[in-house]
Ligand binder design. Structure first.
Ligand code: ZN
Length: 333
């Protein structure tokens, strides 16, 4: 959830079910927060591996059945070669000698559009946006502006065209101190006017806040350093542990330690690790390895809520049977 609306990053098999289960849980505990599919403004795919995108087409059909009319933007990476291949009107998958990965999202988008993912079948507009990674420089590319919340894409390294997303909320005026305004003897009309149009009686200006989601990637990404700009939270994949470092780079993934090193290079205040290999029953050694490098590393679990607020607090809450339990609080600056 951003101040400009909800975005969904990746959409593997079973995603809509997980969103529905979480929404029911929120309702059961009496929360005012909700995770309804109807609120999603954009879907941002990091790459075309099926465990990250196979749930998209069925989700579009659920949105249609739910009566959605608002347009939906979908973004994902591709390559120039795959775009050309689709424009040429080929059928089937590109051959092994084509240099085009069969999992490239240009090919999957084309297939999904032809199998019910477009106007005429759906009663809402879907904007299918592809971003060739060949065209993305180290400074990234802006792909979305959600009422001032800017989302940029950065290329990553995963053996198939892949991108990371940077979400940056704008700097905003400081909190209006109504007691302070009243104490100065102003009447209510004047207070309303000042609250709307002036910087008087306000706390310090709130900084922009930045969160980066790596998607699947090795750690040696050229733009993943301080040049990416100030970063509050890095959510980085940590598929493997130290013992599997070679395996990680061979398969386009990172170790927990490498993810923490990226967090140090970016100057991230918190490194939140996700995407762990299912070979590990117990993840605590991944946390230990990362903690040797970065002081604030956190292993995310399914259902965790990570919030960065405008006043500079980072907070992680864990979903238990009947309540959120706060497990991490960090102040920025
Ligand atoms: Zn992948």
């Amino acid at each position: 959830m951003t101040p400009g609306g909800a975005v969904l990053i990746d959409c593997g098999e079973g995603m809509q079910e997980r969103i529905a289960v979480h929404d029911r849980w929120l309702r059961r505990i009496g929360s005012e927060d909700r995770t309804r599919l109807g609120r999603v403004r954009a879907v941002l795919l990091t790459h075309g591996h099926l465990d990250h995108c196979w749930g998209l087409l069925p989700m579009l059909h659920t949105m249609d059945k739910d009566g959605r009319t608002a347009p939906l933007a979908i973004h994902g990476p591709t390559s120039r070669a795959a775009l050309r291949w689709v424009e040429e009107g080929h059928n089937g998958a590109p051959g092994l000698d084509s240099g085009i990965h069969p999992g490239d999202l240009a090919i999957q988008f084309d297939w999904w559009r032809r199998h019910g993912g477009k106007e005429g079948t759906l009663r809402f507009d879907v904007e299918w946006n592809l971003h060739p990674v060949d065209d993305i420089g180290a400074e990234g590319v802006e792909i979305l502006n959600l009422d001032g919340t800017l989302i940029h894409a950065f290329h990553t390294n995963h053996g198939v065209p892949s991108i990371a997303y940077r979400v940056r909320t704008p700097s905003t005026p400081g909190r209006f101190n109504i007691e302070d305004a009243r104490a100065s003897g102003l009447d209510e009309a004047a207070i309303r006017d000042i609250a709307k149009n002036s910087n008087d009686h306000r706390g310090p200006r709130r900084q922009e806040r930045t969160l980066i989601l790596s998607g699947d990637t090795t750690a040696n990404v050229s733009s993943f350093d301080e040049s990416i700009g100030p970063v509050d939270v890095l959510v980085h994949e940590a598929t493997f542990d130290d013992a599997h470092e070679e395996h990680a780079s061979a398969y386009g993934h990172s170790t927990a330690r490498q993810a923490a090193q990226v967090g140090v290079a970016m100057g991230a205040r918190l490194v939140a690790l996700n995407h762990f290999s299912s070979r590990f029953q117990d993840l605590s050694h991944l946390g230990d390895e990362a903690a040797e490098v970065h002081p604030n590393c956190h292993l995310l679990e399914d259902g965790d809520r990570l919030q960065v607020d405008r006043d500079g607090m980072i907070r992680v809450d864990r979903r238990t049977t009947d309540a959120w339990v706060n497990i991490l609080d960090l102040r920025l600056e």
